[in-house]
Design a protein around this ligand. Sequence first.
Ligand code: ADP
Ligand code: ZN
Length: 201
Amino acid sequence: MHHTTRPGWIEVIAGVMFSGKSEELIRRVRRSVIAKKKVQVFKSHLDDRYGGVYQVSSHDGAAVEARPVDSSIEIMRLVRPQSEVIAIDEAQFLDEGVVDVVTTLATRGVRVILAGTDTDFRGEPFGAMPQLLAIAAIMDKLHAICVVCGDPACRNQRLINGRPASYESPTIMVGGSEAYEARCRHCHSVPKADEAQVRLL
Ligand code: ADP
Ligand code: ZN
């Protein structure tokens, strides 16, 4: 019997903000374009760092645009039958349905590449990232550099008016004035709003 490697698997690029996930996703997409694969790129519309869309272009002039999406169902609707590689950036913002969507695509023979922040500002698992990491055939966890001490950073520090945001702050802030820094576990700070009260009890 003749065996060939059949296409169709899931890759996850995880890590904190500034760890280079988008760079790595774009690198893989660019290489797929060079390999003349049919590629589609999606990203959650909640990430507006690049304005409406961002482009991934190759040396030979081919370009891939990332399509902003609101939900996993929208990805399923927009995927073209002939697509061989599907890349999804900012996967942590997508609903849990993304797990079924990427499983279906991989089974169909698609190489699925997801990039996402695997922990929220509290340092706790973010959205569907734990499930995605569990079902991935290939996963990479990238680190940034702690802006306080220079060690590898594995946490997202949320700052509001320059001060660490409290634990009770919402996971996703819409149109907020918050800022983020990459920090290591030891320089990361998430005060509990009621800590002072608890001490009094
Ligand atoms: P991600 O998608 O993980 O948020 P990006 O790919 O958008 O990351 O950006 C990674 C780039 O950010 C790095 O190559 C580097 O130039 C820059 N950068 C800014 N701050 C930091 C930091 N604290 N640690 C590492 N890289 C940083
Ligand atoms: Zn540190």
